[in-house]
Design a protein around this ligand. Structure first.
Ligand code: MSP
Length: 676
């Protein structure tokens, strides 16, 4: 069986994943799942880059040991990746012993090759990039990526003779035009190689956080030199020779365009020096932008991927990012555009087709479809689609692969409109024609759904089950399931709409103006659900987020508002104890754009942890008035999206005349204290 070893960049853990870093992982996951669908034995590795100074500083800011902080962040990253349905086979961390062993192996081999020497380094260093910078790299004295002034450092360092590898790298690029893709990145790097390479410092003096340099334990290995080696340590370099032989060299490194240089120049030169094979291919994808700026935590332009996934389900987000951003280019993310595409591609197109096919199958044939064997133009188009899809996916034109499937879905919808089975069903004389139309449409939809599997794993499984195909995801194969099935009766089952159409009113906006008396304590974060702007109501139900298909339980879409229990409803103490009430301290507060009622609060909820809570108290409290206050909140609510943000809890307040009054304490207890 052919094998494929695929990696993503490993992430700095000084902050949580954002939609830009998630984009990389999602698209790599699409590639991994596509390979598996093609019957390729695939090893997909992701991980965390922990030895950066920013990570060390962040841990110290929080008063935590760096390793303990990294342990906690691993969980946070894994939670996000699980919610996005990423199918990685291994998760490497650069603080793991297996990684240290690989770093020692490579550095020792490079030293043995005579490619290390000591010299003084004096120059700029951007901690955000974790990179040495030359004057020409700066714009008005600032790092152009982080817009911060780099540090001037002067150290005695160990250097790698990168310059000695220029000719070998140029020869490698010439012999392997596919080595770096897309072409725009390849051309960038070729220009850089033409201009010549300088040796690079691979150590940092006087730091404790990192892997000691085997040849000089008073220094640690420079974080990039350390991080690149993760790709080899994850498959056993220095610890498991058989595993290493199985998977190395990597088939594909998926990385962002900002770090292509590290992967296409420094990394192959390191491997050449160490006498190891270089990876077969590097793909430098573009950036996800927010309002034209690179999405980034440090620039304040980050969107929480969970928030985006909770809006319409993880699969809808995966589809949006894969289909709408040409792979390799930059693309803008807005919630407006996400909603627009959700309605067009999922509610109106795929979801509608699933509804039509299964509902008509149930109504006219009690769910049992019989093949008629008549050839159809959809069958020809399906064959063309499979070819186009394969060609696009094989060259990582993921957006084109998905677009070709949507052409087949469009054609299937058009076919139904033309053949009008609802009219055929009126006359029993048309029974054979009706059978043909229902079967053909169901088969075309089944095949298109199989092709969308790598992009929307959970919901395509749910659709295929409705179409009577219960093959487990891992057993699906393009060669078998992607072929038109002209024979074989099948059973279809109608169900709930998978992706109800959405209008952009925000029904999760809290309502603190509801009937005031009697005064009652309420959780002010989206329990009730009257849109702020009633004028936006349309005949379409204002669904905040549709129920995700059954199989996508990993990212449950928020349910619509639930009615408050009646006044005299009685609950048991066990019921009450399910609600985790806690003390929190408001560290920061700000108004939520376009909302009259919401404040976004940063709440300290434990000794060294914080969370975001959206509270409908803006008509009663200014942000300044609430900062520093100790509050009570519900701590164990599922995260809820509101106004483009996500609330991780609810603040408790009394509702008096529609105005909120926060619960106060005589002597404020420590944040995190349980309330009973
Ligand atoms: N730790 C290094 C990578 C080391 S790999 C040996 C790093 N980490 S990062 O957390 O800053 O970025 C991780 C990946 O996310 C990188 O490939 C980076 O290019 C990518 N992205 C960061 N912001 C992004 C967008 N706004 N859009 C798309 N990708 C983005 O770099």
């Amino acid at each position: 069986m052919p094998r494929f070893y695929l990696t993503t960049a490993i992430d700095y853990v000084n902050s949580r994943p954002h939609l830009g870093t998630a984009y990389e992982k999602i698209t790599a996951d699409v590639i991994a799942r596509y390979k598996r669908l093609g019957g390729v034995d695939t090893h997909f590795v992701m991980g965390n880059d922990e030895h950066s100074q920013n990570v060390f500083r962040r841990a110290r800011e929080l008063g935590q040991e760096p390793l303990a902080y990294c342990d906690r962040m691993e969980q946070e990253f894994r939670d996000v990746w699980r919610a996005l349905d990423l199918s990685f086979d291994d998760f490497i961390r650069t603080t793991q012993p297996r990684h240290k062993a690989a770093v020692e192996t490579i550095v020792t081999r490079i030293a043995a090759a005579g490619d290390l020497y000591q010299a003084d380094y004096e120059g700029w260093y951007c901690v955000g990039c974790e990179a040495f910078k030359q004057e020409k790299d700066l714009v008005e004295g600032l790092c152009p990526i982080h817009r911060t002034k780099p540090d001037w450092i002067k150290e005695r360092n160990h250097f790698f003779k990168l310059s000695a590898y220029r000719d070998r790298l140029l020869a490698h690029f010439a012999e392997h035009p596919e080595f770096l893709q897309p072409d725009v990145r390849r051309n960038e790097i070729l220009r850089l190689l033409d201009a010549g390479l300088e040796d690079i410092s691979i150590s940092r003096a006087g730091q404790s956080w990192g892997i000691p340099l085997p040849t000089d334990p008073s220094s640690v290995v420079y974080v990039w030199f350390d991080a690149l080696i993760n790709y080899a340590s994850a498959v056993g370099l220095g610890t498991d020779p058989a595993l290493f032989d199985t998977w190395w060299p990597a088939d594909l490194h998926v990385v962002g365009k900002d770090i292509t240089r590290f992967h296409a120049v420094i990394w192959p030169a390191m491997l050449m020096s160490a006498g190891l094979p270089v990876p077969r291919q590097v793909f430098g994808h573009g950036w996800v932008h927010l309002r034209g700026e690179k999405m980034s935590k440090s620039l304040g332009t980050a969107i929480d991927p969970l928030e985006a996934a909770q809006r319409f389900g993880a699969d809808a987000l995966r589809l949006f990012l894969t289909k709408e951003i040409p792979y390799g280019a930059d693309g803008d993310f807005t919630f407006e555009r996400f909603e627009e595409r959700y309605n067009a591609d999922l509610a109106n197109n795929l979801g509608n087709l699933v509804n039509r096919v299964t509902a008509m199958g149930a109504r006219y044939r009690q769910g049992h479809l019989t093949p008629t064997g008549s050839p159809s133009r959809l069958q020809d188009l399906a064959a063309t689609t499979v070819r186009e899809y394969g060609a696009a996916m094989d060259t990582y034109a993921l957006h084109q692969g998905v677009a070709s499937v949507f052409r087949l879905l469009d054609a299937t919808n058009e076919y139904l409109a033309e053949r009008a089975p609802w009219t055929l069903a009126k006359d029993p004389a048309n029974a054979a024609a009706l059978d043909e139309v229902l079967f053909t449409a169901a088969e075309s939809l089944r095949l298109a759904t199989v092709l969308l599997g790598p992009v929307m794993p959970a919901s395509t499984q749910a659709i295929l089950a409705r179409l009577g195909d219960h093959t487990p995801l891992v057993d699906r194969r393009l060669a078998v399931d992607g072929a038109w099935r002209a024979a074989g009766a099948r059973t279809v089952a109608a169900g709930e709409a998978l992706w109800p159409r959405v209008v952009s009113a925000d029904p999760t906006t809290p309502d603190v103006t509801a009937a005031p008396a009697p005064v009652q304590v309420r959780a002010l974060s989206g329990v009730s659900s009257v849109p702020e702007d009633q004028s936006s109501a349309t005949p379409v139900s204002p669904v905040a987020a549709p129920a995700a298909p059954a199989a996508s339980a990993a990212t449950p879409a928020p349910t619509s508002a639930e009615p408050a229990p009646s006044e005299d409803a009685v609950i048991t103490i066990d019921d009450f104890m399910k609600v985790e009430l806690k003390v929190g301290k408001v560290l920061a507060a700000e108004a939520v754009p376009k909302s009259k009622k919401l404040l976004k609060l940063t709440v300290q909820d434990g000794a060294a942890s914080e969370r975001t809570i959206l509270a409908g108290i803006a008509e009663s409290y200014t942000p300044e008035a609430i900062v520093g206050r100790t509050i009570a909140f519900v701590a164990n609510l599922a995260p809820r999206p509101m106004m483009g943000l996500v609330s991780h809890g609810m603040v408790l307040a009394a509702d008096t005349d529609g105005k909120a009054q926060l619960i106060a304490f005589e002597t404020p207890p420590a944040p995190g204290t349980r309330i009973r």
